[in-house]
Write a protein that binds this ligand. Structure first.
Ligand SMILES: [Zn+2]
Ligand SMILES: [Zn+2]
Length: 344
């Protein structure tokens, strides 16, 4: 089968590999029907994910059809359409039992697929702990509707869940990339009074204005004044930082009102400064990533009910045979790209 492979730092290549096989009674083999490219894949390509293993098949956003299951898999059967979770987790350790699946203590726990073990920018993928890693897609939900459930939509859902949003709140989201927009959609489910989005890229700001007209959008240079003007208590009640820029962590806490919640979803390239003397008395609560991806069944149900729709994010389609061209467009943000759907 064809599989996009992390050859060495700076280089991916579409290689011919053997089809994966079951290795454990808790594994499943999934025939990939649609996958996508994530910014994290670019981080692997650029060598900035040290734990990524050269030679692995990349890709951790995918949906497909179960082809085979091990003896101990009970929640899915061959023929089921499924979402695949970006995180591998055992379901039984201390962290899994508390819903903190990102910190599963299993050796394969956490982000393994498409990083430390073979992922899904390929025709088939082996999914360990399939009872935890796969969720059945309802018949009325399409592959495109379900494509982001296991990764960026799980992240947005988790971020909104832990941010304690109430209907009285002004919520500020920094960053309107694909994960920022998924976060926005999940924040809107909480019905806060006002939602503000800060985005520096005019094309992405325009995307938010076009698709979500109830949301107020501003550029970073206006963000503090804009937030002050649209909030009741001297800043946002909740800030979700999804931008990960050089100055956006600082912007996040500066735009927060006293006693606000600041949820940091972003992954930074550089260490950030937490200037406690300047913050003294502001009494902020910080919550930090990464995603505990254990809400996929609930997310699929919300999609089925028509309450969540990420299909506008899919701006481009490519066959797997042309995935290198898809990467060129995604990496260079050409042609108004938000997300690309890849068909094997
Ligand atoms: Zn990702
Ligand atoms: Zn675990």
């Amino acid at each position: 089968m064809n599989a996009l492979t992390y050859v060495e730092s700076g280089r991916f290549a579409l290689l011919e590999k053997p089809k994966p096989e079951l290795r454990s009674p808790r594994d499943a083999i999934v025939r990939v029907t649609l996958s996508s490219i994530c910014t994290s894949d670019l981080h692997i390509k650029h060598g900035s994910v040290p734990r990524a293993v050269p030679g692995i098949t990349v890709g951790h956003e995918m949906v497909g059809v179960v082809e085979a299951v091990g003896d101990q898999v009970s929640t899915v059967r061959p023929g089921d359409r499924v979402t695949v979770n970006v995180e591998t987790f055992c379901g039984s350790c201390f962290f899994c039992r508390h819903g903190y699946v990102n910190n599963c203590t299993d050796p394969d726990g956490g982000w393994a697929l498409g990083c430390r073990i073979d992922g899904g920018q390929a025709e088939y993928v082996r999914v360990p702990y399939a009872d935890q890693g796969l969720n059945k897609i309802p018949d009325s939900v399409s592959d495109e509707q379900a494509l982001f459930v296991g990764d960026i939509l799980a992240t947005g859902f988790w971020a909104a869940r832990i941010s304690d949003i109430t209907p009285e709140d002004t919520v500020l989201i920094l960053g309107a990339g694909p994960t920022g927009i998924c976060t926005l959609l999940c924040v809107l489910l909480k019905n806060p009074k006002t939602v503000l989005v800060c985005e520096k890229d005019p094309a992405r700001a325009a995307f938010v204005r076009e698709h979500y007209p109830q949301v107020l959008v501003c550029p970073p240079e206006d963000c503090k004044a804009f937030t002050l003007a649209h909030s009741d208590h001297g800043g946002a009640d909740v800030v979700l930082e999804v931008a990960g820029g050089a100055d956006t962590f600082r912007l996040a806490w500066e735009c927060a009102r006293p006693n606000a919640v600041v949820t940091v979803v972003a992954l930074y390239d550089q260490p950030q400064i937490l200037p406690l003397p300047q913050m003294y008395g502001k009494n902020l609560t910080f919550k930090t990533g990464g995603v505990d991806g254990c809400d996929c069944a609930e997310i699929l149900s919300l999609i089925q009910q028509g309450k969540l729709d990420t299909t506008p994010l899919i701006t481009h389609h490519f066959p797997l045979s042309q995935i290198m061209e898809a990467y060129r467009i995604f990496e260079n943000r050409l042609d108004g790209v938000v997300k690309i759907a890849i068909t094997p």
